[in-house]
Design a protein around this ligand. Structure first.
Ligand code: GRF
Length: 191
């Protein structure tokens, strides 16, 4: 098959506002891609509903039903191959990617993280940023490696925390994410 559009899968565990931003950018013709699949480890997540509304197939699994990450990643890998997915886009997927998917999609897995990496990797990056009294908060898009938010940085945007409470920082981060992620993906895919 000859696909003109880059075929992507979005992995998410929660609200999926970044999935929505990507799907909207595709719809608007700003991102030349096709979201072939949403993958989630939380079958009840809001992102599943969003996928349905956007006409995107979703693939849910329950990690605890598998003996190992290797086994469920093998299953995901088969699904991605069946749909000829070329890039894996993590958007609030709350699990580390293991060797099965890292090898199958070498240099073709990206993530968005709500801090100015390498500062504040891992969970609750916004909470970490506030607790540390950091001058700046922000967003990073990066390639995914075996570590926690340690892969090569692709794009970043930051802003001063001063005068903002946590809710305002969070809101600003989401605003940035919803622009930065689709724009960064478009740049990556048109390389
Ligand atoms: C985003 O803040 C993203 O940076 C982080 O998880 C959050 C996901 O939000 N990795 P949503 O589910 O896309 O709304």
């Amino acid at each position: 098959m000859n696909h003109k559009l880059t075929r992507i899968a979005v992995f998410a565990s929660g609200n999926g506002s970044n999935f929505q931003a990507i799907a909207d950018a595709v719809q608007a013709g700003e991102l030349q891609a096709e979201v072939a699949l949403v993958v989630t480890d939380k079958p009840q997540a809001v992102v599943v509903e969003r996928a349905k509304k956007a006409g995107v197939e979703s693939f849910s699994f329950i990690p605890s039903e598998f003996d190992s990450k290797q086994l469920y990643e093998q299953m995901i890998k088969e699904k991605l191959e069946e749909l000829e997915v070329e890039w894996v886009v993590l958007a609030g997927y709350m699990r580390l990617i293991g060797p099965v998917l890292l090898e199958a999609f070498e240099n073709r897995i990206v993530n968005i993280h709500p801090s100015v990496l390498p500062a504040f990797p891992g969970k609750d990056a916004i909470g970490q940023t506030m607790a540390a009294g950091a001058e700046n908060a922000g967003v990073t898009v990066h390639f995914v490696d075996a570590g926690m938010d340690t892969g090569k940085i692709i794009s970043q945007e930051s802003f001063p925390v001063a005068g903002r409470d946590r809710a305002a920082v969070e809101q600003k981060i989401h605003e940035i994410e919803h622009q930065l992620y689709p724009a960064t993906l478009q740049q990556l895919f048109s390389r």
